[in-house]
Design a protein around this ligand. Sequence first.
Ligand code: HAM
Length: 426
Amino acid sequence: MKIQAINGFKDILPEAVGRWQSIEQRARDIFERFGFQEIRMPILEKTELFVRSIGEATDVVEKEMYTFADKGITMRPEATASIMRAFIEHGLHVQQPVQRLYTIGPMFRHERPQKGRLRQFHQLDAEIIGAAEPRVDAELIAMGRMLLDELGLTVSLELNSLGCPVCRPPFKERLVAFLEQRREVLCDDCQRRTRTNPLRVLDCKKPSCRAVVQEAPSLLETLCPDCDRHFLEVRTALEELRIPFRINRFMVRGLDYYTRTTFEFLTTDLGAQAAVGAGGRYDGLIEQLGGPPLSGIGFAMGLERLVLLMEQQANNSLAAPSTDLFVAALGTALLAPCGQLVHALRQQGAKAAIDYSGRSLKAQLKQAGRSNARFTLIVGEDEWARGEAILRDMRTQEQRTFTLNGSPEEQARRLLALVGTAATSG
Ligand code: HAM
């Protein structure tokens, strides 16, 4: 029986890897422009870390974590909690009070797989720790926007504020009272959530629940003065940076650590999976995990969703993989010297390829074409006996004679000089 990958776990094949790498490189480049440094954490963490940060009554913790129950450890479902754990454990703020950290890597959630939703997926995650000013929120959102823009993606931005421990609890009470009165109309999940996590009812997708929450009290209208001012200043700073957004008072996010600003980058091009990226402020989290009372804000983008969008919005043609020089050795006796030449070419930085099968010239030229070779060096037995080979420009089909004297290193140097000039003039 053939063994296949687990449902929801996907191979990223060579033909797709180029796109992944270009997104990752662009992200690293932009994050570094904004002063971020990379951090890499382990994939396994103590289960308690996620329970205490993401929250016990969230979907992620209740039903989506890959946990080794007997060992008390879990495969990370997201990166923020792990970054905060590492930040606290190593006292990173002591060296530098404001930390800007990013990470790129796999996350694990036991969700029902569908387009854009996997059980192992990858996030680009960026966090700013130790800065509470609203302009920082706008700066971080602007960074996400810049990445999406530079990838050529059309994605909208929604914004909300979830208040703080001063204004959220009284709001929750009002919301629960409102929902209790309409209990029969709510779906089973929301009837349960009214008790466990009432804010989640606000973003239920079921039409009956949606109709109910349209009339629900709004947290935005009951923010405390500090949260209200913060939200106003974030909006103003976004406007100053000319970043369009829409306010969505029903956005609650699926993780419990958020306070104040939350945001989502959304698309209608990925079916049910609307969020390409999302994040927000988590001002009490670090202290709650045993660290100093520092604020934080961050976001994560799903790499699979970015890749799908790039394919879908199709304004991104990816350069095909290419070879600088393909060496076609026509005869087994020539494999040794041609192998040495290819090795020398690679040592000198060229992307060189060779076929060891001793196949016909026609077959090898076909392979050179498939590997997108810019030039092919044809080494036939007769030419070899004369100390020569033929250099063929695969684009113009022009051919010229190349003299094979000197060591493989010298040949490689001359060949690259020749190929370099021909490539720039051709
Ligand atoms: P999140 O909204 O759970 O937030 O996930 C962020 C992004 O990860 C989503 O917008 C989506 O693109 C991607 N994603 C999530 N689950 C899946 C999945 N099953 N398959 C494919 N992609 C997925 C967080 O994870 C927070 N840690 C973000 C954050 C950072 N907040 C503050 N700092």
